[in-house]
Design a protein around this ligand. Structure first.
Ligand code: AMP
Ligand code: GLY
Length: 420
């Protein structure tokens, strides 16, 4: 069969690559994808991720058996709804269910209603009231834009000055446009962070191996929040019992709560969690595969990925098995200046020297007119390596990262050190 993946980043590269491992899959198309994916025989389709008519038209012409929608924006814009209306099977929540990611205010109210553990919070549309609440709660405190902001709409403020500045930027300066006119102010949760994703079909929840992302731009978890600078899976210092608790108290009630709300969720439910003294608590829900978590979790799936998704789309019980041994590490190569201002079109030197043993996921690369691959986004590549232990994975992966070293790019040297 032929499949279509919607999106263009490292996550979509990993999804497409995994689909191609299935025996029954002939071609995997990615719309719009990025040029680097072609090195893995992924077929690029020049249609934007939100062009519903264009995507449907292509899916019909290319005899697509089913579609996987990667990013949050097309999900929230109803791309899955549109495919279904056109009689094409598409994996991912419909717009009304993707709201669990699209509105932090909705997610907080939903969690409260279904007693899902999370930080206490309040939502504001008025700056003066928000500021008064800040003064009352004090620091540390967390300020979140209600809507989508590419993972950058959250400020964890340790000082009051920083909190007030974030609030002003969002509510008065409209830093994230409409997405930040409504703001959630949430208590700060201390503890280890981890990502728990699951395949969900209504009330059915099939958890994946957990991962740990590294959101801050610089080593030692310093600097601004990014889309994610590296990840690994599994997370050996988070006990299996904790994961089971999170599945029972968070993912299951969330999946069944969405059904009760008339927002049937079929797709990937991603819980961003903090392990507090009182157990795991939610800091965010996403309605899709995480990026970069997917690049380290999906390679560990032992069952047939295409068959798994097909089963979910046909309301059958899927075979979901993840490798238990070893660890997979992924480190992001980002453009200098990311997540703020950065330049695109920078030549990727050293790509040919990277050992065969490392998996390269292209997040934002483009073929220049002379045929060379150049950068085309903030996050450019992710290099992944599986090994028996984290120390081994780091020892094997970082020398390959070094080959790409160049003043136009940067990467964090400390990805995975907590798991050594
Ligand atoms: P988000 O975009 O919601 O994932 O938030 C970005 C980052 O901010 C998270 O990965 C956490 O490191 C941090 N964060 C979010 N909410 C909280 C919270 N309530 N307490 C502490 N840290 C948080
Ligand atoms: N890695 C975090 C996210 O995908 O939102």
């Amino acid at each position: 069969m032929n499949l279509l993946v919607v999106g263009s980043g490292g996550r979509e590269h990993a999804i497409s690559k995994k689909l191609l491992e299935s025996n029954h899959v002939e071609k995997v198309y990615c719309a719009p994808g990025n040029d680097g994916m072609r090195l893995d025989d992924i077929q690029l389709v020049a249609i934007s991720e939100t062009d519903k008519a264009g995507l449907i038209d292509f899916a019909k012409k290319a005899d697509i058996s089913f579609v996987i929608v990667g990013p949050e924006i097309p999900l929230l814009e109803g791309v899955v709804d549109a495919f279904e209306e056109a009689g094409i099977k598409a994996f991912g929540p419909k717009a009304n269910a993707a709201l669990i990611e699209g509105s932090k205010d909705f997610a907080k109210q939903f969690m409260e209603k279904y007693a899902i553990p999370t930080a206490s919070s309040r939502t504001f549309t008025d700056y003066t009231e928000a500021k008064a609440y800040l003064d009352e709660r004090g620091v540390p405190i967390v300020i979140k834009a209600d809507g989508l902001a590419a993972g950058k709409g959250v400020t964890v403020a340790l000082e009051m000055e920083e909190a007030v500045l974030a609030l002003k930027d969002m509510m008065l300066e409209e830093k994230f446009g409409d997405a930040s006119l409504k703001v959630v102010i949430e208590d700060y949760l201390a503890g280890e962070e981890f990502s728990l994703m699951a395949f969900v079909n209504g009330e059915e929840v099939y958890p994946m191996a957990i991962a740990q992302d590294h959101k801050r731009a610089y080593e030692g978890d310093k600097g601004p929040n990014t889309g994610g600078m590296g990840a690994y899976s599994p997370v050996p210092h988070i006990a299996e019992a904790i994961v089971e608790e999170a599945v029972k108290n968070i993912l299951r009630p969330a999946a069944s709560g969405m059904v009760k709300e008339g927002r049937y969720f079929r797709g990937i439910l991603y819980a961003g969690l903090i392990l507090t003294k009182n157990g795991p608590k939610v800091i965010e829900f996403n309605a899709r595969f995480g990026d970069p978590e997917t690049q380290v979790v999906l390679p560990r799936l032992e069952s047939d990925f295409a068959a798994l998704i097909e089963d979910l789309l046909n309301n059958k019980k899927p075979d979901v098995r993840f490798k238990k041994e070893g660890i997979t590490l992924g480190v992001v190569l980002a453009s200098a200046g990311y997540p703020e201002n950065y330049e695109k079109g920078k030549k990727l030197t050293g790509l040919d020297d990277i050992a065969e043993s490392v998996t390269i996921y292209h997040a934002g690369t483009k073929q220049a007119e002379n045929g060379e691959l150049v950068s085309d986004g903030g996050r450019v590549l992710l290099l992944a390596k599986e090994a028996d232990t984290m120390s081994e994975a780091r020892a094997l992966l970082y020398p390959e990262m070094e080959k790409l070293d160049n003043p136009n790019f940067f990467y964090r040297m400390d990805i995975g050190t907590k798991a050594e």
